[in-house]
Write a protein that binds this ligand. Structure first.
Ligand SMILES: Cc1ncc(COP(=O)(O)O)c(C=O)c1O
Length: 449
């Protein structure tokens, strides 16, 4: 079935190719932009291929032929062995095309096309994200990244002098700064606990939090997956323990959504902030903030936005989106990224990410002096692995991998652990991971000197 540029703009950008056309734009008659046909065709091939794939995620994850179309849909530089997908992931050609189409259209007459036509359509992306996360549309704010959502809650949640925030030493270092600023300005207190590495016992994690709670603890900040190890935290158990004590848990979901199971009801969380430019593969500068409905009026937004009509009411989740003039294009293209995952199937995607990790990990697991800082047990990790090789300094190893082999990983050393963080993504091929494992075997046997 042919897809015209008009219907692409109308449906793929905002509501998914399967959705109804949303608008007919002035650009509809123009010649297709370069890459347009290819991007749409690639998405169609993914849909066709996965339409007949095994329903069982584990079987699909191991079906090498199945993933060829996915790998081809990402126009990445394969001369780089990019296993540093923890910071920012590339979007596939289809998402880039959706973004480009919206951006180009927005520039035809921005006060009209961007402001009046495109921005209202972001509401449909809000509804799709809410469905994907399993919350109400009115609990879903579309942000630029995890940080923006986090700061809204960290700075906007009322606390008094002496109130305490509890986090772990492995939580995102920059997020501590928000609370340290409140510590300086308002006299709140930030406290951190240590957790085992890897933390495999949910009960132990909950216990360590419980032991550190005082009668002044108001907030817990906890990552869904830790940044440096990719270790999954028992969010549901921590939230339920904290809620019973009237403590708010801010879940830093930067690495959760579209990577490991992440729904509101699964996690039972009250606040979840994530980036969509990581695991969803949406345009860079996109994310969301979920806030449970009863909490919304209690949290001040980063940018003042009351009262209407200039802003939003205290109860409106959109108050967290007050950011001044911005392009709707990246936010609309979130819809295209959701399309791609829908076509692959989220369960299959998640299974494949673990499969990709195990593809190289299994090859080095028995080497002497290997220490995994991320649990390999089911449910406790995704694609991310942090591993240390005794006698090979991780920073030197990462440098050797890059300088000599154009293999990109992060070398990490801190007070608690050290290792290289290896992060494949959905577009990574098994050949790339085999090559990477060979490099590690070589480094172990012959050294990197
Ligand atoms: C655990 C964690 N939290 C928060 C962030 C911040 O994400 P962003 O810069 O997209 O806001 C990161 C970024 O890598 C992260 O790893």
């Amino acid at each position: 079935m042919g897809v015209s540029r008009r219907s692409f703009l109308s449906s793929a950008v905002a509501a998914g190719i399967a959705g109804p056309p949303l608008f007919v734009a002035g650009a509809a008659g123009a010649a297709p932009a370069s890459g347009f046909d290819a991007a749409v065709a690639a998405a169609d091939r993914i849909a066709a291929r996965f339409g007949t794939a095994a329903a069982d995620p584990a079987a699909a994850a191991a079906d090498l032929e199945l993933w060829r179309e996915v790998q081809a849909a990402w126009a990445v530089d394969r001369s780089i062995l990019n296993l540093e997908n923890g910071g920012l992931q590339p979007a596939c050609a289809y998402v880039n095309q959706a973004f480009g189409e919206a951006w180009r259209y927005a520039n035809e007459a921005p006060s009209y096309t961007n402001a009046r036509i495109l921005w209202p359509k972001v509401e449909q992306v809000r509804a799709r994200l809410a469905r994907a996360f399993g919350c109400d549309t009115e609990e879903m704010a579309i942000t630029r990244n995890t940080t923006e959502g986090f700061l809204a809650v960290a700075l906007g949640f009322p606390m008094e002098r002496g109130d305490e925030v509890l986090t772990t030493t492995q939580d995102y270092h920059r997020f501590r700064n928000a609370f340290l600023q409140r510590q300086e300005r308002e006299g709140i207190v930030l406290r951190s606990i240590q957790l085992p590495i890897p933390a495999e016992d949910a009960g132990e994690v909950v216990r360590r939090f419980e032991e550190a709670i005082t009668r002044r603890t108001r907030v817990i900040l906890l990552s869904h997956l830790f940044q440096l190890t990719g270790q999954v935290m028992p969010i549901r158990a921590v939230v339920q323990m904290a809620r019973a004590r009237n403590i708010l848990v801010i879940v830093d979901g930067a690495h959760g959504f579209s990577h490991v199971p992440a729904t509101r009801d699964g996690l039972d969380c009250d606040v979840y902030t994530t980036s969509l430019h990581k695991w969803l593969g949406a345009p860079h500068g996109t994310g969301f903030l979920y806030v449970r409905r009863e909490l919304i009026p209690k949290i001040w937004p980063l940018m003042p936005s009351v009262p209407p009509p200039a802003g939003f009411t205290r109860d409106d989740i959109r108050k967290f989106e007050a950011r001044g003039t911005a392009s709707a294009a990246p936010f609309l293209a979130i819809g295209a990224a959701l399309d791609v995952v829908d076509r692959i199937g989220l369960e299959r995607k998640m299974a494949r990410l673990v499969w990709l990790r195990e593809r190289w990990v299994a090859k080095v697991a028995e080497l002497p002096g290997v220490r995994f800082n991320t649990s390999r047990r089911p449910g406790l990790g995704g694609a991310i692995m942090n591993v240390d090789f005794e006698g090979l300094h991780p920073v030197a190893l990462a440098k050797w991998l890059w300088d000599k082999h154009r293999a990109l990983v992060a070398g990490i050393e801190n007070a608690e652990f050290r290792g290289i963080r290896v992060v494949p993504a959905i577009y990574t091929t098994e050949d790339e991971l085999d090559r990477f494992a060979d490099l590690l075997l070589h480094a172990r046997k012959r050294g990197i000197g």
